[in-house]
Ligand binder design. Structure first.
Ligand SMILES: [Zn+2]
Length: 357
């Protein structure tokens, strides 16, 4: 299925800090426009509307465009960039990373500078370096030079990691699979709907500002007024050394993950059971995850209006919220199949039965 490399590459390589998703939105607008009527809300979330055989139910299927990022706080006298984090970061994965600083005049390469071991005391070596001690080096010799390069407080930076299929080509390493995976699945779901035979109306696309508190999902859901919400996101892969089965049992290549519980959502029971039944009937392996420390856009969508039955589906992903994450292409394919099979069943009768459940 290497044909989706173009889609995956351009989505994962685009920079998109929370609130600064325009590069990702431009890609989605171009990809979605041939597939439906494109709508955006005032914060920047974007969907394409694909009407099937009926106006209702209105099914909202969304990933999120933003990624965890850094925001420039100020430039030091000698030209280094002090920054804050946007979204959840762990200091261990920040130090010594290459970044792209996105300014109004263009992008600048840089690196989160680190001390060589030669000058570290034994105590320092054991300690976590805190974010407030870190800085981004863009090669400017002074604040004035950094300003001439275009840097201003409030500019953002994202990790630099070119899209890279691994030696096992099923596995692909990239930055920002969280959540360009969901963006890619949303595009592919709409492609799969061509012909308009689905028994509902689908709004598929992606939200803004998920990583800092599911903000775009709220305004988008208010604008779309969906009857059903399906959040497409990543799940935590547990198939690497050091992750306990109590933390995650999801494995790459074993199919999409249904989120059973997190900080933001108890999935609607009827819809959850429909997902499980649909996966079984379609022969799609389904994995499960409980994530008391996480949340997805479904956490906001389900609270809009009188309440919207919602679920969150995830692509098992290694090393999320770091510079380089890894997914299995097959999981993206199976997620697309599952969402299409679900959409196929979600007619008015089906929704009525779910709501009575
Ligand atoms: Zn995330």
């Amino acid at each position: 299925m290497a044909d989706y490399d173009d889609l995956y590459r351009e989505l994962t390589e685009a920079p998109g800090a929370p609130g600064r998703e325009e590069a990702v939105r431009d890609i989605l607008r171009r990809r979605l426009a041939p597939l439906g009527e494109v709508m955006t809300d005032n914060l920047g979330s974007i969907v394409a509307k694909a009407r099937g055989r009926a106006d209702r139910p209105r099914v909202l299927v969304v990933g999120h465009m933003d990624e965890v990022a850094f925001i420039v706080h100020h430039v030091t006298d000698d030209g280094y960039l002090r920054f804050h984090t946007m979204g959840g970061w762990w200091e261990h994965v920040m130090l010594a990373q290459r970044v792209r600083v996105c300014t109004t005049t263009g992008e600048l390469p840089g690196v989160v500078g680190s001390k060589p071991p030669h000058v570290l005391s034994p105590e320092e070596r054991k300690k976590l370096v805190e974010r407030k001690a870190m800085f981004i080096d863009i090669g400017a010799g002074s604040r004035e030079e950094a300003e001439r390069m275009g840097v201003r407080p409030g500019d953002f930076a994202v990790p630099y990691c070119p899209y890279t299929p691994l030696a096992n080509p099923d596995l692909v390493m990239a930055k920002a699979w969280d959540n360009r995976a969901g963006c890619a699945v949303a595009v592919r779901v709409l492609e799969g709907l061509k012909g308009g035979q689905h028994p509902n109306t689908v709004f598929a696309g992606a939200t803004v500002q998920e990583e800092i508190g599911l903000r775009g999902a709220q305004t988008l859901a208010q604008a779309v007024e969906p009857d059903v919400g399906i959040a497409l996101d990543v799940a935590i892969a547990g198939d690497t050394p050091g992750i306990d089965p109590d933390e995650s049992q999801a494995r790459l290549g074993r199919g999409p993950v249904l989120l059973l519980y997190d900080r933001s959502l108890v999935p609607h029971r009827g819809l959850r059971d429909l997902v499980i039944d649909t996966a079984r009937k379609a022969g799609i392996d389904l994995q499960f995850q409980l994530l008391p420390g996480g949340g997805t856009d479904a956490g906001r969508i389900h609270l809009v209006g009188p309440g919207v039955p919602s679920v969150a589906l995830g692509v098992a992903t290694r090393y999320i919220h770091s510079a380089a994450s890894v997914v299995h292409r097959g999981d993206l394919d199976q997620m697309v199949r599952l969402v299409l099979a679900l959409i196929d069943r979600l007619d008015e009768d089906c929704l009525g039965a779910i709501l009575r459940d």
